[in-house]
Design a protein around this ligand. Structure first.
Ligand code: MG
Length: 156
């Protein structure tokens, strides 16, 4: 299980699920701030008994500054495969008041499925608003919730 939230900030590009989404603001962070990928990484690390994304890729480490989160996911998948495991299913929810994310979900799947080694029907990405409530509802942040199912890879 993974969860992440990042603030929206002027002057940054918005990346979610590895897709660049046209918007007036982007997610703040040491990396590209992609909270969906960060939540996926945390879910994977949890499933393999590791700590969390902050331990694995410290935001004090200059090598991760401005890094695309897809690269962090790639490294996480390498660790998972080293342990003889594979991903079976991923389900997720992105909570964002703006922009409208549904049109970008196919692109997110195009980026994420090859990285995760799964088919499109095994990756769920749902987008919803926070009904105007709280910080997310005021458009100050975007959050993501993720569940992954991993298995022992019988091919390895
Ligand atoms: Mg994060």
């Amino acid at each position: 299980m993974g969860y992440d939230i990042h603030r929206l900030e002027e002057g940054r590009k918005l990346f979610l699920g590895g897709a660049e989404i046209p918007f007036s603001r982007g997610l703040a962070g040491h990396s590209d701030g992609d909270c969906l990928i960060h939540a996926i990484i945390d879910a994977l690390l949890g499933a393999m008994g590791e700590m969390d994304i902050g331990q694995m890729f410290p935001d004090t480490d200059p090598q991760y500054k401005g890094i695309h989160s897809t690269a962090l996911l790639e490294r996480t998948m390498t660790e998972l495969r080293k342990k003889g495991m594979c991903v079976q299913h991923v389900d997720s929810v992105i909570i964002a008041e703006h922009p409208k994310l549904a049109p970008h979900i196919p692109t997110m799947k195009e980026v994420l499925c090859p990285l995760l080694g799964i088919e499109r029907e095994d990756l769920g990405i749902k987008a919803k608003t926070n009904e105007g409530l709280g910080a997310i509802g005021r458009g100050e942040a975007i959050a993501a919730l993720v569940q992954v199912l991993v298995a022992v890879d019988i091919r390895s």
